[in-house]
Design a protein around this ligand. Structure first.
Ligand code: ZN
Ligand code: ZN
Ligand code: ZN
Length: 237
């Protein structure tokens, strides 16, 4: 339990410090002149501050660190980088965020996402680049429950890692069963507990494969599917 006594107009970032205390497991009350008479601290005001949740007292039993920003407006306490905003510019998109070249980016709409380093709030940048090419992406979800839920107010970001075939990836974040297949002109994301090796794009499904040698093996030049090992054996007989 921490009581922060504020004299006058000291430049302390109340929401930010509250968040840090909550994250460290402490309760905090911000006490001002009114909370004292002479040399005594008014205990009833202390209790009321926690009961009323009016933004002067926070307890880890009632408030998640990120919920501090439901009481305060981060825009009043921080500067945000240019073009970045707190509101999701494309809330209708069921964003599939992954690590892009420079920023975390939604595969579906190109919206960029970052965690604001000072407030720890998620912030977004709309992708207005006319040259930005959003690839054809299909998302298959059998059961919405298979999709990861945001934790501490932050959207899920896929962290892909390769499997047996380089075009077939699995998210290695805990609690996420997303698999991704990168074809020649299509990407499929599927939420499944199956192995990524079994996934194919529609193009791969409907393709009469023609294999040709690429850098590290053989893949179909039309759909991007890698030549299965058994085919290799088949040919050598
Ligand atoms: Zn999106
Ligand atoms: Zn994921
Ligand atoms: Zn093919």
């Amino acid at each position: 339990m921490i009581v922060e006594v504020q004299y006058g107009n000291k430049a302390k970032n109340i929401p930010q410090v509250s968040r840090d205390y909550l994250a460290a497991g402490f309760s905090v009350m911000w006490a001002f002149e009114d909370d004292f008479t002479g040399d005594r601290f008014l205990l009833d005001r202390f209790e009321r501050a926690f009961q009323e949740q009016d933004g002067t007292a926070f307890s880890p039993y009632t408030t998640e660190p990120s919920e501090v920003w439901e009481v305060f407006d981060p825009r009043e306490w921080f500067d945000f980088p240019e073009d970045w905003q707190l509101e999701d510019p494309n809330p209708d998109c069921s964003h599939e965020f992954e690590h892009g070249r420079d920023e975390i980016e939604c595969l579906l709409c190109g919206t960029e996402y970052r965690r604001h380093s000072e407030s720890q709030s998620p912030i977004y940048r709309e992708n207005n680049d006319p040259m930005h090419r959003v690839e054809t992406v299909f998302v298959r979800v059998d059961d919405e429950l298979e999709k990861p839920v945001p934790t501490d107010g932050l959207p899920h970001v896929h962290s892909w890692s390769g499997g047996h075939e380089s075009s077939k990836l699995s998210c290695r974040e805990r609690g996420c069963y997303a698999k991704k297949v990168d074809g020649k002109s299509e990407i499929v994301i599927e939420y499944t507990r199956k192995s990524a090796d079994d996934l194919e794009t529609r193009q791969m499904n409907n393709c009469r494969h023609e294999w040709r040698r690429t850098g590290d093996g053989k893949e179909c030049w039309k759909c991007g599917k890698e030549k299965p090992d058994d085919d290799l054996y088949g040919q050598s007989w």
